[in-house]
Design a protein around this ligand. Structure first.
Ligand code: PLP
Length: 447
């Protein structure tokens, strides 16, 4: 067996890690960890640590680690048929079954599902389909996409543009010109501290209206948003936000893409975030919770309204010019089928709702009164604690003094993984949906 020193040398010399300070890592200055195993909400590393993973990897291992049902399904699929493509009508029992299982769980206006590999490529697919849709409808000018500042939709060319976090744009010449950003629905960070929640929602709506007015509704194809802002700070929307935003979109014939990569398959205590907030999407993005990350798989769930136009398009133009070699990969699909069955048999959607309410309350009770805790918020099994320098006027620490990263490092020493969110001064939790009360308590106690 290779020694830890050998592995970390090879790591520094050869491995280009995503979202990493490359120079510090190459110099061996930043933390690294070699993960070896996991069970339930815990992972283990080569140094013998057993850590409670309060972020389920990257909020994706929803059923928890080490589930033999999914491991066995993957192994059986690999033995039977590891790969065949899905082009021109090909499929496997797993991919066809999974498409039915996804549609059975999706909102009733949904019609078909296209399978990709990860959340970024699913959103790339969505934007291409929206453009195709408007071309078929004879509206070639209607192409711009509205996203929110602090939204996260991936890190490809288009999806990195949709993402509204400066760190994903800087030095990459993003965002592309077809993407326009509007206000993040983050009441805690409102500019005007005197605004009520209802006034803040009205402000978000008027900012959206003003953007549409400026650009022209006939140039705007779609609006994309996560039901709950995820990587941008784990921020549930203020009451009435989605209802008010959707009224504007409908009035201007702008499609709604609900990016449910994080919220899909139970995280908020409902099967989809769209169910939770009454979002009537035209397209829904899914990934992470679709397979609980046991294999890479994502999807674009397409509504009946959009699907009819896609069919019309192929009657007029021939087969749709879109697809990946690994679309609907049989191993990913087999993992997806076993994962969705497990979510049902373990009653994880219900557990996420109940345990989420318990965990969020316990966290608020434990730290909400602290002088530097400005906000404790969450929905289902998403929970964020946001820090301030001064509560009375909601001033924030400058970046060198942020509490979030320091606290995440301290929790790690207590064998709990939390995520210092990439923007703001926020520590975030998104544990596996199988979290128990004892495990929830031990996260809270570690704070
Ligand atoms: N959309 C949302 C809401 C996400 O949170 C993420 C990833 O965290 C993505 C899209 C991109 O997914 P991936 O990293 O699988 O490309």
């Amino acid at each position: 067996m290779l020694t830890n020193d050998q592995l970390s040398q090879w790591d520094r010399e050869n491995f280009f890690h995503p979202s990493t300070h490359l120079a510090q890592h190459a110099r061996g200055e930043s933390p690294s960890r070699i993960v070896t195993g996991g069970d339930g909400v815990f992972i283990e590393d080569r140094d013998g640590n057993r850590l409670l993973d309060g972020f389920a990897g990257l909020y994706c291992v929803n059923v928890g680690y080490g589930r033999t049902e999914i491991q066995d399904a993957i192994a059986a699929q690999a033995r039977e048929l590891a790969y065949y493509h899905a082009y021109v009508g090909h499929g496997t029992e797993a991919s066809i079954t999974l498409s039915k299982m996804v549609l059975d769980r999706a909102p009733s206006n949904m019609s078909k599902v296209y399978f990709g590999l990860g959340g970024s490529d699913a959103n790339e697919t969505n934007i291409k389909l929206v453009w195709y849709y408007n071309n078929i409808l004879g509206r070639p000018e209607k192409k711009k996409i509205i996203s929110r500042w602090r939204g996260y939709h991936g890190s490809g060319l288009m999806t990195g543009s949709l993402t509204g976090l400066a760190g994903f744009h800087k030095k990459f010449d993003l965002p592309l010109s077809q993407v326009k950003h509007t206000t993040a629905p983050d009441y805690f960070r409102r500019d005007d501290l005197n605004q009520t929640e209802a006034q803040f929602v009205a402000h978000c709506v008027s900012e959206l209206e003003a953007l549409i007015e400026r650009e022209g509704a006939d140039t705007i194809a779609a609006f994309i948003g996560e039901p709950v802002l995820g990587t941008g700070g784990l921020v549930p929307p203020p009451a009435g936000y989605w209802e008010a935003i959707q009224k504007v979109l409908k009035r201007h014939d702008i499609l709604m893409i609900a990016d449910e990569v994080v919220t899909g398959f139970g995280r908020l205590g409902t099967m989809f975030g769209s169910d939770h907030y009454g979002i009537e999407a035209d397209i829904i993005t899914i990934a992470k919770g679709l397979t609980s990350a046991y294999a890479p798989l994502s999807g674009s769930i397409i509504s009946d309204k959009v699907w009819k136009v896609l069919e019309q398009g192929t009657d007029e133009n021939g087969p749709i010019g879109h697809g990946w070699t690994y679309s609907a990969h049989p191993i990913g699909a087999a993992a997806g089928v076993a994962n969705l069955n497990l979510i049902d048999s373990m009653d994880l959607v219900d557990n996420a709702g109940k345990m989420g309410a318990y965990f969020n309350k316990a966290m608020a009770d434990a730290v909400g009164g602290h002088a530097h805790v400005g906000d404790v918020r969450g929905e289902g099994l998403l929970c964020a604690v946001e820090f301030v320098e001064d509560k009375s006027d909601r001033t924030f620490y400058d970046s060198s003094k942020k509490i979030g990263p320091q606290l995440a490092a301290a929790l790690l020493k207590r064998n709990v993984i939390a995520r210092a969110m990439p923007q703001g001064d926020i520590i975030g939790f998104a544990p596996p949906l199988c979290l128990s009360k004892t495990e929830a308590d031990s996260i809270v106690l570690s704070m």
